[in-house]
Design a protein. Structure first.
Length: 312
């Protein structure tokens, strides 16, 4: 997969089929647009922006987004700084960037795609420009689930409410992330429930604080886990952590990437009167997490590849 991040570096010699959009969640609707971009005889690609929609919490890390795009078969990814195109008019963007630089012979987008300075361009203008240039345009209808359009807004609302099963159905894969394991305060070791700690990035969509059942992919192997997301009120934390105990895992994962797949919400985060009470509750939650995880085969999670050779 070829990644280009600077407008000046886009100068293709062969035609392509481009999916257009922010693709901030790469959910079922977005994946339908990507699938439309797979056309015989044309290199499939995507033109997107970094950062994504202003003020919207991220549903993917940039690294996870690239991995999913690669799994979807995208050979060219143009991930351009939005500021570099902010002042470009819609017609200039299409003709000078998509047609001339990217060599797009086919464009694919959703019905609500907007582009150009002030988001002045719409699908109607795009259709006229494509007809004039002899470029094929595929406008992909929205994907609906439970009678409503699948959208990143719906997914963020579900995640923030702790309704992970709904978020996962809308995404078409489990909500989660791959992040390096960092050092914590090692309280879990003293409790007999050693945990891995992952710092949730600023600007990332935060699930409802509490405890979740999860599958974890560590060093190429799956382990069920019980994950607390929050600020650890019993022992304290200065930032949001995903803290996971994998009862069947033993070893050192510091610095390694671990992919976390959230499956279901177990209970809200709360403060316990003692560490012994916390330990008992963690073990009870682990039994719940195992039951939930074993009902969902890890092979069906849509796992993304991890570097098995070493830490970040």
């Amino acid at each position: 997969m070829q990644l280009t991040t600077t407008l000046a570096d886009i100068a293709e010699n062969t035609p392509c089929s481009l999916a257009l959009g922010a693709f901030d969640g790469l959910h079922r609707g977005h994946m339908a647009v990507l699938e439309a971009a797979r056309a015989p005889g044309l290199a499939p690609g995507v033109f997107t922006f970094q950062p994504g929609p202003k003020g919207a919490a991220a549903l993917l890390t940039p690294e996870d987004k690239l991995q999913i795009l690669g799994q979807a078969g995208m050979q060219r990814v143009y991930r351009v700084d939005f500021a570099s195109l902010r002042q470009m008019g819609p017609q200039a963007f299409v003709e000078e960037v998509l047609f001339a630089r990217c060599r797009a012979a086919r464009l694919c987008c959703g019905e609500d795609f907007r582009f150009g300075h002030g988001a002045a361009g719409d699908v109607g203008l795009l259709a006229r420009l494509c007809r004039r240039a002899g470029v094929e345009l595929m406008v992909v209808p929205p994907v609906a689930l439970d009678g409503e359009k699948v959208s990143s807004t719906r997914i963020r609302a579900a995640v923030e409410a702790g309704d992970i099963p709904t978020a996962n159905r809308l995404l078409g894969r489990p909500f989660g992330f791959s992040l390096p394991v960092i050092h914590g305060n090692h309280i879990g070791h003293t409790l007999g429930t050693p945990t891995i700690n992952q710092a949730v990035p600023l600007g990332f969509a935060l699930p409802r604080f509490g405890v979740y059942a999860a599958w974890c992919l560590a060093r190429g192997q799956y382990y069920y886990g019980v994950t607390n997301i929050g600020v650890k009120p019993t022992v304290g934390s200065d930032y949001v952590l995903a803290e996971t105990w994998m009862p069947d895992f033993s070893g050192d994962l510091y610095g390694w990437p671990v992919r976390l797949f959230l499956l279901d919400f177990l209970r809200p985060e709360r403060k316990f009167p003692s560490l012994d009470a916390l330990k008992d509750e963690i073990k009870r939650n682990a039994r719940q997490a195992e039951e939930i995880a074993l009902a969902i085969k890890p092979e069906g999670l849509g796992a993304l590849p991890l570097n098995p050779q070493g830490p970040f």
